[in-house]
Design a protein around this ligand. Structure first.
Ligand code: FES
Length: 104
């Protein structure tokens, strides 16, 4: 698989609601997977507290919701390396037609 040359930042909310849903383990999982050109960063509340853990990928402006540690490898492989957002995990509020979403 070709590696993406795009630099990205992955924000993983570490605020109260997301922490209660397991966001710390999600952050640790992202940090355990070394992905070239990707900065992994904890963040304050991303405003989607009811559907956490919330993960936002920039500059694509892709939003993921209810992410579990087991989802992280899929996001890393398909999205961060393969440039294909994982439609089934995208937040429907931001991506009402996830199969059609392409990162900018
Ligand atoms: S607490 Fe995570 S989005 Fe608000």
């Amino acid at each position: 698989m070709a590696e993406s040359s795009q630099r990205r930042c992955v924000l993983i909310c570490q605020n109260r609601s997301c922490l209660r849903s397991g966001a710390e383990a999600v952050l640790q999982e992202f940090r355990s997977i070394a992905t070239p050109n990707v900065l992994i960063s904890p963040s304050d509340c991303l405003g989607q507290c009811g559907s956490g853990p919330t993960v936002r990928v920039m500059p694509d402006d892709s939003w993921y919701c209810r992410i579990k540690p087991d989802d992280v490898e899929t996001i890393a492989t398909e999205h961060l390396q393969g440039d294909r957002p994982v439609a089934r995990l995208l937040h429907p509020r931001f991506h009402p037609h996830p199969d059609a979403f392409k990162p900018s």
